[in-house]
Design a protein. Sequence first.
Length: 204
Amino acid sequence: MKNLLITVCVFSLASGILGAEKKPQSPLMKAGTVAWVGLDYSMVRMVGPEDFRKPGAIFPAMLDNWNVLFVQERIGRIGGALGKKMVLDTAGMSAHNRQATAKQIIPSAGPEDSVEKTHLSDSDIAKAVRSYQLETRDGLALVFIVDRLVKPSQNGAVYVVFFDAKTREVLTCDRHIGRAGGGGFRNYWFRLIKEVDETLKRYR
């Protein structure tokens, strides 16, 4: 009887360890592929007097530039991080980003312009997701909605948004803060995006 109890205890302990090691798969990852929608800058705030002095060079050319750069340099990385095949559905993002204007530049940072704050609500994000022009009709889609670029603190914030391409239901929406850095305006603010996509393994 004593030996039986020891055997049961050992089996229970082993089962507990195995159970702890095997995490339940995220419901997001049931999809075979993920449609990459793009970097949405339509609601961005650019804070600070230094970097954003030439809005004519930013809207819309640099927004398109960042989107192209992401596809060139990062799309394979996010596919690897998620363990999924990525499908590009970015054709509509360039037109969508033309909603952004120089009025979204905040020359002097106020108390509501720190990276810890946000001007975007859940309804703002849901509305943006519903507005995307997509070729993908079902399955899982992913967009990064850029919240703000804050020059005084040299960082920024981005929402990582997974949604149902058919119903446009937002499945998960997480805000990430990352550092800016690098040479030149384009690379300096693109580092923030690179830091965000490196967090995607958590969704597997």
